[in-house]
Design a binder for this molecule. Sequence first.
Ligand code: GDP
Length: 368
Amino acid sequence: MLNILIVGNGQCGNRILDAINKEAFGGKSKFAKFYSQQKYKSKVETIAINTAINDLKELSFTKAKDRIHIPHLHGVGANRTLGKSVFEDNKSHIMRNIEERGNFDVGFVITSASGGTGSSFTPPLIKEIKEKHDFPVYAVVVLPFREEGTLYLQNAAFCLKEIRDSGVDGIILADNQFLKQIGGDVQSAYNSINDMIARRILFLLDALDSEMMMVTDLGDFKTVMSGGAGLATIGFYEAEKGMNVKTTIQKALSPNGLLFSTDVYKEGSRAMVIIKGDKSYLSIDEISSEVEKLSSSVGHVFKGIIVRKGEAPQVLVVLTLEAAKELENLYSVAVDAIHQEREKKTRVEEQKEIDKAFSQIDGLEPDY
Ligand code: GDP
Protein backbone atom coordinates (compact mmCIF):
# COMPACT_ATOMS: atom_id res chain seq x y z
CA MET A 1 0.00 0.00 0.00
CA LEU A 2 1.34 3.40 -0.99
CA ASN A 3 1.34 6.50 1.18
CA ILE A 4 0.41 9.41 -1.06
CA LEU A 5 0.36 13.16 -0.39
CA ILE A 6 -1.78 15.45 -2.55
CA VAL A 7 -1.57 19.21 -1.96
CA GLY A 8 -3.80 21.71 -3.81
CA ASN A 9 -2.51 25.30 -3.73
CA GLY A 10 -4.63 28.38 -4.47
CA GLN A 11 -8.15 28.42 -5.86
CA CYS A 12 -7.53 26.23 -8.90
CA GLY A 13 -5.43 23.72 -6.92
CA ASN A 14 -8.05 23.64 -4.14
CA ARG A 15 -10.87 22.98 -6.59
CA ILE A 16 -9.06 20.17 -8.39
CA LEU A 17 -8.22 18.64 -5.01
CA ASP A 18 -11.91 18.90 -4.09
CA ALA A 19 -12.82 17.16 -7.35
CA ILE A 20 -10.38 14.37 -6.39
CA ASN A 21 -12.00 14.09 -2.97
CA LYS A 22 -15.46 14.07 -4.57
CA GLU A 23 -14.49 11.06 -6.69
CA ALA A 24 -12.67 9.42 -3.82
CA PHE A 25 -15.57 9.71 -1.40
CA GLY A 26 -17.74 8.30 -4.14
CA GLY A 27 -20.49 10.72 -3.27
CA LYS A 28 -22.29 13.55 -4.91
CA SER A 29 -23.68 14.43 -1.48
CA LYS A 30 -22.16 17.49 0.14
CA PHE A 31 -22.13 15.58 3.42
CA ALA A 32 -20.20 12.60 2.09
CA LYS A 33 -16.99 13.90 3.63
CA PHE A 34 -18.49 13.74 7.12
CA TYR A 35 -19.28 10.08 7.22
CA SER A 36 -17.80 8.08 4.36
CA GLN A 37 -14.47 6.43 3.95
CA GLN A 38 -12.28 7.36 1.03
CA LYS A 39 -12.36 4.83 -1.82
CA TYR A 40 -8.58 4.98 -2.17
CA LYS A 41 -6.71 1.73 -1.87
CA SER A 42 -3.62 3.72 -0.99
CA LYS A 43 -3.36 5.84 2.12
CA VAL A 44 -3.91 9.30 0.68
CA GLU A 45 -3.55 12.55 2.60
CA THR A 46 -5.05 15.63 0.94
CA ILE A 47 -4.29 19.24 1.91
CA ALA A 48 -5.83 22.42 0.44
CA ILE A 49 -3.77 25.56 1.07
CA ASN A 50 -5.00 29.09 0.38
CA THR A 51 -4.68 32.70 1.50
CA ALA A 52 -8.29 33.41 0.56
CA ILE A 53 -10.66 32.00 3.19
CA ASN A 54 -13.64 32.14 0.81
CA ASP A 55 -11.94 29.81 -1.68
CA LEU A 56 -11.46 27.29 1.13
CA LYS A 57 -15.03 27.68 2.36
CA GLU A 58 -16.29 26.96 -1.15
CA LEU A 59 -14.87 23.40 -1.03
CA SER A 60 -17.48 20.70 -0.59
CA PHE A 61 -15.62 17.42 -0.31
CA THR A 62 -12.39 18.32 1.48
CA LYS A 63 -12.45 17.90 5.25
CA ALA A 64 -11.95 20.93 7.51
CA LYS A 65 -8.78 19.36 8.96
CA ASP A 66 -7.39 19.19 5.42
CA ARG A 67 -7.70 22.94 4.78
CA ILE A 68 -4.89 25.29 5.72
CA HIS A 69 -5.78 28.95 5.70
CA ILE A 70 -2.82 31.33 5.55
CA PRO A 71 -4.35 34.62 6.61
CA HIS A 72 -3.58 37.49 4.26
CA LEU A 73 -6.62 39.73 3.89
CA HIS A 74 -8.25 38.72 0.61
CA GLY A 75 -5.46 36.62 -0.88
CA VAL A 76 -2.40 37.94 -2.67
CA GLY A 77 -4.04 39.17 -5.89
CA ALA A 78 -1.90 38.01 -8.78
CA ASN A 79 1.23 39.33 -7.10
CA ARG A 80 3.83 36.57 -6.91
CA THR A 81 6.39 38.67 -5.07
CA LEU A 82 3.90 39.18 -2.27
CA GLY A 83 2.81 35.54 -2.48
CA LYS A 84 6.38 34.29 -2.08
CA SER A 85 6.97 36.42 0.99
CA VAL A 86 3.66 35.23 2.55
CA PHE A 87 4.80 31.64 1.93
CA GLU A 88 8.17 32.33 3.54
CA ASP A 89 6.46 33.74 6.67
CA ASN A 90 4.20 30.68 6.97
CA LYS A 91 6.53 27.97 5.72
CA SER A 92 7.11 26.28 9.06
CA HIS A 93 3.38 26.09 9.80
CA ILE A 94 2.70 24.45 6.42
CA MET A 95 5.63 22.04 6.67
CA ARG A 96 4.63 21.03 10.21
CA ASN A 97 1.14 20.17 8.96
CA ILE A 98 2.61 17.98 6.21
CA GLU A 99 5.09 16.31 8.53
CA GLU A 100 2.46 15.46 11.15
CA ARG A 101 0.84 13.23 8.54
CA GLY A 102 3.69 10.72 8.48
CA ASN A 103 5.88 9.44 5.67
CA PHE A 104 5.04 9.36 2.01
CA ASP A 105 6.06 7.30 -1.02
CA VAL A 106 5.05 9.97 -3.51
CA GLY A 107 3.59 13.48 -3.52
CA PHE A 108 1.59 15.60 -5.97
CA VAL A 109 1.22 19.38 -5.74
CA ILE A 110 -1.59 20.85 -7.84
CA THR A 111 -1.76 24.51 -8.83
CA SER A 112 -2.59 26.99 -11.55
CA ALA A 113 0.57 28.59 -12.95
CA SER A 114 -0.94 32.01 -13.38
CA GLY A 115 -2.77 33.15 -10.24
CA GLY A 116 -1.15 34.52 -7.09
CA THR A 117 -1.23 32.09 -4.18
CA GLY A 118 -0.81 28.75 -5.93
CA SER A 119 1.74 29.96 -8.44
CA SER A 120 3.93 31.59 -5.79
CA PHE A 121 3.55 28.94 -3.05
CA THR A 122 4.17 25.88 -5.24
CA PRO A 123 7.85 26.32 -6.24
CA PRO A 124 9.17 27.04 -2.72
CA LEU A 125 6.87 24.39 -1.19
CA ILE A 126 8.23 21.71 -3.52
CA LYS A 127 11.79 22.90 -2.83
CA GLU A 128 11.15 22.65 0.90
CA ILE A 129 9.66 19.15 0.67
CA LYS A 130 12.50 17.95 -1.57
CA GLU A 131 15.14 19.32 0.80
CA LYS A 132 13.64 17.61 3.83
CA HIS A 133 12.38 14.32 2.34
CA ASP A 134 13.42 11.84 -0.28
CA PHE A 135 10.11 10.86 -1.86
CA PRO A 136 9.39 12.00 -5.44
CA VAL A 137 7.19 15.06 -5.86
CA TYR A 138 5.27 15.81 -9.04
CA ALA A 139 3.61 19.12 -9.88
CA VAL A 140 0.28 19.16 -11.68
CA VAL A 141 0.18 22.58 -13.31
CA VAL A 142 -2.81 24.24 -14.99
CA LEU A 143 -1.96 26.80 -17.71
CA PRO A 144 -4.21 29.84 -18.26
CA PHE A 145 -6.59 30.74 -21.04
CA ARG A 146 -4.37 32.91 -23.26
CA GLU A 147 -6.85 35.80 -23.18
CA GLU A 148 -6.78 36.14 -19.39
CA GLY A 149 -4.35 39.04 -19.49
CA THR A 150 -0.72 40.02 -19.22
CA LEU A 151 -0.26 39.42 -15.49
CA TYR A 152 -1.50 35.83 -15.69
CA LEU A 153 0.69 35.13 -18.70
CA GLN A 154 3.85 36.46 -17.12
CA ASN A 155 3.05 34.65 -13.86
CA ALA A 156 2.67 31.38 -15.78
CA ALA A 157 6.04 31.79 -17.47
CA PHE A 158 7.93 32.53 -14.24
CA CYS A 159 6.04 30.00 -12.15
CA LEU A 160 6.75 27.10 -14.53
CA LYS A 161 10.42 27.94 -14.69
CA GLU A 162 10.65 28.16 -10.89
CA ILE A 163 8.86 24.83 -10.47
CA ARG A 164 11.36 23.23 -12.85
CA ASP A 165 14.21 24.67 -10.78
CA SER A 166 12.64 23.60 -7.46
CA GLY A 167 13.96 20.03 -7.51
CA VAL A 168 10.58 18.68 -8.68
CA ASP A 169 10.63 15.17 -10.16
CA GLY A 170 8.35 16.11 -13.05
CA ILE A 171 5.62 18.49 -14.17
CA ILE A 172 2.29 17.25 -15.49
CA LEU A 173 0.70 19.92 -17.69
CA ALA A 174 -3.00 20.63 -18.15
CA ASP A 175 -3.97 23.58 -20.31
CA ASN A 176 -7.23 25.49 -19.84
CA GLN A 177 -6.79 26.96 -23.32
CA PHE A 178 -6.55 23.53 -24.94
CA LEU A 179 -9.35 22.08 -22.80
CA LYS A 180 -11.62 25.00 -23.73
CA GLN A 181 -12.92 22.71 -26.48
CA ILE A 182 -15.20 21.24 -23.77
CA GLY A 183 -17.32 24.37 -24.16
CA GLY A 184 -19.97 25.84 -21.87
CA ASP A 185 -19.67 28.82 -19.54
CA VAL A 186 -16.46 29.38 -17.57
CA GLN A 187 -17.71 27.81 -14.34
CA SER A 188 -18.93 24.62 -15.96
CA ALA A 189 -15.76 24.45 -18.11
CA TYR A 190 -13.69 24.70 -14.89
CA ASN A 191 -15.75 21.95 -13.28
CA SER A 192 -15.38 19.66 -16.31
CA ILE A 193 -11.63 20.32 -16.56
CA ASN A 194 -11.23 19.69 -12.83
CA ASP A 195 -13.17 16.43 -13.07
CA MET A 196 -11.03 15.35 -16.04
CA ILE A 197 -7.82 15.97 -14.09
CA ALA A 198 -9.22 14.34 -10.93
CA ARG A 199 -10.26 11.21 -12.79
CA ARG A 200 -6.84 10.85 -14.39
CA ILE A 201 -5.01 11.25 -11.09
CA LEU A 202 -7.25 8.74 -9.34
CA PHE A 203 -6.84 6.25 -12.18
CA LEU A 204 -3.08 6.69 -11.90
CA LEU A 205 -3.12 6.13 -8.11
CA ASP A 206 -5.27 3.04 -8.61
CA ALA A 207 -2.80 1.73 -11.20
CA LEU A 208 0.28 2.39 -9.08
CA ASP A 209 -1.22 0.45 -6.21
CA SER A 210 -2.84 -2.42 -8.11
CA GLU A 211 -2.08 -6.03 -8.53
CA MET A 212 -2.16 -6.07 -12.29
CA MET A 213 -2.07 -8.85 -14.78
CA MET A 214 1.00 -7.15 -16.24
CA VAL A 215 2.59 -4.89 -13.73
CA THR A 216 3.52 -1.24 -13.79
CA ASP A 217 4.38 0.34 -10.49
CA LEU A 218 5.69 3.50 -8.86
CA GLY A 219 9.21 2.65 -10.09
CA ASP A 220 8.01 2.58 -13.71
CA PHE A 221 6.12 5.83 -13.22
CA LYS A 222 9.29 7.44 -11.85
CA THR A 223 11.27 6.22 -14.87
CA VAL A 224 8.70 7.58 -17.29
CA MET A 225 8.54 10.93 -15.50
CA SER A 226 12.31 11.28 -15.47
CA GLY A 227 12.40 11.09 -19.28
CA GLY A 228 12.18 13.99 -21.68
CA ALA A 229 12.39 17.61 -20.68
CA GLY A 230 10.82 17.19 -17.23
CA LEU A 231 7.39 17.88 -18.67
CA ALA A 232 4.55 15.46 -19.10
CA THR A 233 0.86 15.22 -19.75
CA ILE A 234 -1.82 12.60 -19.30
CA GLY A 235 -4.28 11.11 -21.76
CA PHE A 236 -7.37 9.14 -20.84
CA TYR A 237 -10.32 7.59 -22.60
CA GLU A 238 -13.20 5.40 -21.58
CA ALA A 239 -14.65 3.32 -24.40
CA GLU A 240 -18.10 4.17 -25.61
CA LYS A 241 -20.48 1.33 -26.24
CA GLY A 242 -19.01 -1.21 -28.65
CA MET A 243 -15.61 0.55 -28.94
CA ASN A 244 -12.67 -1.84 -28.97
CA VAL A 245 -9.50 -1.44 -26.94
CA LYS A 246 -7.42 -0.41 -29.98
CA THR A 247 -9.63 2.62 -30.71
CA THR A 248 -9.77 3.44 -26.98
CA ILE A 249 -5.94 3.61 -26.85
CA GLN A 250 -5.89 5.82 -29.97
CA LYS A 251 -8.50 8.16 -28.45
CA ALA A 252 -6.54 8.46 -25.19
CA LEU A 253 -3.56 9.65 -27.24
CA SER A 254 -5.57 12.06 -29.38
CA PRO A 255 -6.70 15.63 -28.57
CA ASN A 256 -9.93 14.05 -27.26
CA GLY A 257 -8.07 12.47 -24.39
CA LEU A 258 -5.03 14.67 -23.63
CA LEU A 259 -4.78 17.50 -21.09
CA PHE A 260 -2.23 19.45 -23.13
CA SER A 261 -1.82 20.04 -26.84
CA THR A 262 0.95 17.83 -28.19
CA ASP A 263 1.64 15.56 -31.12
CA VAL A 264 2.33 12.44 -29.12
CA TYR A 265 4.29 10.72 -31.89
CA LYS A 266 6.52 13.73 -32.54
CA GLU A 267 7.04 15.18 -29.05
CA GLY A 268 6.77 12.13 -26.78
CA SER A 269 9.80 10.82 -24.94
CA ARG A 270 8.62 7.97 -22.69
CA ALA A 271 5.18 6.63 -21.90
CA MET A 272 3.21 4.44 -19.57
CA VAL A 273 0.00 2.95 -20.95
CA ILE A 274 -2.43 1.45 -18.46
CA ILE A 275 -5.44 -0.45 -19.70
CA LYS A 276 -8.33 -1.37 -17.42
CA GLY A 277 -11.45 -3.35 -18.16
CA ASP A 278 -13.15 -6.69 -18.47
CA LYS A 279 -10.93 -9.50 -19.79
CA SER A 280 -13.19 -9.99 -22.80
CA TYR A 281 -12.25 -6.53 -24.13
CA LEU A 282 -8.51 -6.79 -23.59
CA SER A 283 -7.26 -8.27 -26.87
CA ILE A 284 -3.52 -8.75 -26.50
CA ASP A 285 -3.01 -8.38 -30.26
CA GLU A 286 -4.76 -5.02 -30.39
CA ILE A 287 -2.97 -3.75 -27.29
CA SER A 288 0.45 -4.91 -28.53
CA SER A 289 0.06 -3.37 -31.97
CA GLU A 290 -0.90 0.05 -30.52
CA VAL A 291 1.85 -0.05 -27.90
CA GLU A 292 4.41 -1.04 -30.56
CA LYS A 293 3.28 1.84 -32.75
CA LEU A 294 3.82 4.22 -29.85
CA SER A 295 7.18 2.81 -28.77
CA SER A 296 8.53 2.95 -32.33
CA SER A 297 8.29 6.74 -32.20
CA VAL A 298 8.56 7.69 -28.51
CA GLY A 299 11.09 5.22 -27.17
CA HIS A 300 10.28 3.21 -24.07
CA VAL A 301 6.66 2.41 -23.26
CA PHE A 302 5.64 0.67 -20.03
CA LYS A 303 2.43 -1.30 -20.29
CA GLY A 304 0.04 -2.23 -17.48
CA ILE A 305 -3.20 -4.12 -17.54
CA ILE A 306 -5.81 -4.17 -14.78
CA VAL A 307 -8.59 -6.68 -15.13
CA ARG A 308 -11.90 -5.42 -13.74
CA LYS A 309 -14.90 -7.65 -14.23
CA GLY A 310 -17.75 -6.12 -16.22
CA GLU A 311 -16.00 -2.80 -16.91
CA ALA A 312 -15.68 -1.25 -20.37
CA PRO A 313 -12.09 -0.58 -21.47
CA GLN A 314 -10.46 2.54 -20.04
CA VAL A 315 -6.99 3.68 -21.04
CA LEU A 316 -4.63 6.05 -19.24
CA VAL A 317 -1.40 7.25 -20.83
CA VAL A 318 1.30 9.15 -18.96
CA LEU A 319 3.54 10.75 -21.54
CA THR A 320 6.74 12.72 -20.98
CA LEU A 321 7.67 15.22 -23.65
CA GLU A 322 11.06 15.99 -25.15
CA ALA A 323 9.65 19.01 -26.99
CA ALA A 324 6.53 21.08 -26.45
CA LYS A 325 5.66 23.45 -29.25
CA GLU A 326 2.62 24.73 -27.41
CA LEU A 327 4.77 25.70 -24.44
CA GLU A 328 7.14 27.59 -26.72
CA ASN A 329 4.09 29.46 -28.06
CA LEU A 330 2.99 30.26 -24.51
CA TYR A 331 6.44 31.61 -23.62
CA SER A 332 6.54 33.86 -26.68
CA VAL A 333 3.11 35.32 -25.76
CA ALA A 334 4.32 35.67 -22.15
CA VAL A 335 7.44 37.55 -23.23
CA ASP A 336 5.20 40.03 -25.08
CA ALA A 337 3.10 40.33 -21.93
CA ILE A 338 6.18 41.03 -19.79
CA HIS A 339 7.24 43.80 -22.21
CA GLN A 340 3.74 45.27 -22.16
CA GLU A 341 3.76 45.34 -18.35
CA ARG A 342 7.19 47.00 -18.37
CA GLU A 343 6.02 49.67 -20.81
CA LYS A 344 2.98 50.28 -18.64
CA LYS A 345 5.28 50.76 -15.65
CA THR A 346 7.27 53.37 -17.60
CA ARG A 347 4.02 55.12 -18.38
CA VAL A 348 3.17 55.07 -14.68
CA GLU A 349 6.56 56.69 -14.00
CA GLU A 350 5.60 59.38 -16.51
CA GLN A 351 2.34 59.84 -14.66
CA LYS A 352 4.38 60.59 -11.56
CA GLU A 353 5.57 63.71 -13.40
CA ILE A 354 1.92 64.71 -13.66
CA ASP A 355 1.54 64.12 -9.91
CA LYS A 356 4.56 66.37 -9.41
CA ALA A 357 2.86 69.10 -11.44
CA PHE A 358 -0.26 68.76 -9.27
CA SER A 359 1.79 68.79 -6.08
CA GLN A 360 3.06 72.28 -6.90
CA ILE A 361 -0.22 73.70 -5.61
CA ASP A 362 -0.23 71.57 -2.40
CA GLY A 363 -0.89 73.83 0.57
CA LEU A 364 -1.93 76.76 -1.62
CA GLU A 365 -5.44 78.23 -1.75
CA PRO A 366 -6.97 79.97 -4.74
CA ASP A 367 -6.70 83.71 -4.40
CA TYR A 368 -9.50 85.87 -5.90
P1 GDP B 1 -4.76 31.74 -6.74
O1 GDP B 1 -5.93 31.34 -5.89
O2 GDP B 1 -4.25 33.11 -6.40
O3 GDP B 1 -3.67 30.75 -6.74
O4 GDP B 1 -5.26 31.88 -8.24
P2 GDP B 1 -6.11 30.88 -9.17
O5 GDP B 1 -5.84 29.46 -8.79
O6 GDP B 1 -7.53 31.32 -9.20
O7 GDP B 1 -5.38 31.17 -10.56
C1 GDP B 1 -5.97 31.79 -11.67
C2 GDP B 1 -5.80 30.87 -12.85
O8 GDP B 1 -6.37 29.61 -12.54
C3 GDP B 1 -6.52 31.36 -14.10
O9 GDP B 1 -5.70 31.05 -15.21
C4 GDP B 1 -7.82 30.57 -14.12
O10 GDP B 1 -8.29 30.34 -15.43
C5 GDP B 1 -7.42 29.28 -13.45
N1 GDP B 1 -8.48 28.66 -12.63
C6 GDP B 1 -9.09 29.19 -11.53
N2 GDP B 1 -9.98 28.32 -11.01
C7 GDP B 1 -9.93 27.22 -11.79
C8 GDP B 1 -10.60 25.95 -11.75
O11 GDP B 1 -11.43 25.65 -10.89
N3 GDP B 1 -10.24 25.05 -12.73
C9 GDP B 1 -9.33 25.33 -13.71
N4 GDP B 1 -9.06 24.38 -14.60
N5 GDP B 1 -8.68 26.51 -13.76
C10 GDP B 1 -8.97 27.43 -12.82
